[in-house]
Design a protein around this ligand. Structure first.
Ligand SMILES: [Zn+2]
Length: 384
């Protein structure tokens, strides 16, 4: 019903008839739920294989086991998937890269690097809608039956039993390289689904706008450490443009930012530390500059930028890091590690009093920190 209203609204507008939105979407209807394919078919075999991998994924130490966050993301997936909700199972995985993937049996993976980067529920709905688009159009089966990609797929299936569990997680997510046409189709369907679910479709383009900032900051040669989504999807610039055009033909809807930000706040510190450990400093700085501009006054982001600068250790980086740590402390609610890092910089500069005060502050906020003994040694070394 909602969908019919949406198309009718588009059809009522003369200019909209020319829009790529209506042209591309008017023929597409959400298909009905699929029955489980028989085991003696290629599709059935693939489902069985994916079921086995899903069992492994459930036991993986990388899975984020937080019932509230899990329920939240699953609920957004359900809103977007509509009647297919019972067939889509979201798994949240701790990996600091921007990625989501969909297996043909309904197993969806969403990585923490993606959750860290999106700004609101509408952006999450855009990504989930895209992945659900691949599922609804059964793109994997299309690929499986496409003679050109069959050899590569066969090799992949052969490899499956041989690699370790960690490798498999990444492989599972990256295994389905779709064609450019399939990606564009998933983009269009994702946009239709998110808009039907009541979200502002312009947020889909913003996801790529934001990622472009990181892609542009990247030094050549760093690409191999970046998200699988950058490697297998059409260029972010093309996508951003097309998605924005589609969204503008169908305005309205919500972003639901406050709710999303509140939900991920307890996880952000750990995700940020994982992000910094990638040591892709220029990309991470682009991400943090964006976050600081958008969420001014959040000590967490100031601390994180200080960490990146301190670890990058270029000319003037220590000065800039010091400034960020002090700003984080001035805002309040800063992570305890802010004071440990301040202590490290002061210690390196032989500012002994400031170093000692900072280390003491760190231990007073985090008396049970795993490195407490180590820091106490520093304090003793610095004297009174
Ligand atoms: Zn895709």
């Amino acid at each position: 019903m909602k969908r019919r209203q949406l198309l009718a609204a588009g059809g009522a507008c003369g200019a909209c008839l020319m829009s790529p939105w209506l042209g591309a979407q008017s023929e597409w209807q959400t298909p009905g739920r699929f029955p489980r394919p028989p085991l003696d078919t290629d599709e059935g075999g693939l489902w069985a294989l994916m079921d086995r991998e899903e069992t492994r994924l459930r036991r993986s130490p990388f899975v984020i086991r937080d019932p509230a966050l899990q329920a939240y993301v699953q609920a957004v997936a359900c809103k977007v998937a509509g009647p297919h909700c019972p067939d889509i199972r979201v798994h949240l995985v701790n990996t600091p890269l921007f990625n989501a993937s969909m297996a043909p049996n309904g197993m969806m993976q969403v990585w923490s690097g993606l959750l860290l980067r999106i700004e609101n529920e509408a952006q999450l709905a855009a990504i989930l809608g895209h992945e659900i688009g691949h599922y609804l159009q059964r793109h994997t089966v299309e690929r499986l039956r496409d003679t050109k990609s069959r050899t590569a797929f066969g090799q992949f299936l052969g490899l499956f039993g041989l690699v370790g569990a960690v490798g498999q997680l990444a492989m599972l997510a990256g295994m389905f390289s779709y064609s450019r046409e399939q990606e564009s189709e998933a983009d269009r369907i994702g946009l239709t689904l998110m808009r039907q679910a009541g979200y502002d479709a312009r947020e889909a383009a913003r996801v790529w706008d934001n990622l472009l900032l990181e892609i542009k900051a990247r030094k050549s040669g760093e690409a191999q450490n970046s998200s699988p989504m950058f490697a297998t999807h059409p260029s972010a610039e093309d996508r951003q443009k097309i998605l924005l055009q589609l969204a503008e033909a169908n305005p309205g809807g919500e972003a639901r930012e406050a709710h999303w930000q509140k939900t991920i706040k307890p996880f952000r510190h750990e995700w940020m530390l994982d992000e910094i450990k990638r040591r892709q400093f220029d990309e991470t700085l682009a991400l943090l500059n964006r976050m600081i501009a958008r969420f001014a006054g959040e000590a967490e982001f100031l601390f994180a930028r200080g960490e990146v600068l301190r670890l990058r250790d270029g000319e003037a980086d220590a000065d800039a890091a010091l400034k960020d740590y002090l700003a984080a402390a001035a805002v309040g609610g800063e992570p305890a590690e802010t004071h440990r890092s301040l202590g490290m910089i002061y210690r390196a500069r032989n500012q002994r009093t400031e170093a000692r005060t900072s280390f003491e502050r760190y231990l007073s906020i985090a008396p049970r920190a795993p490195d407490a003994a180590f820091i106490k040694n520093y304090i003793a070394e610095l004297g009174s």
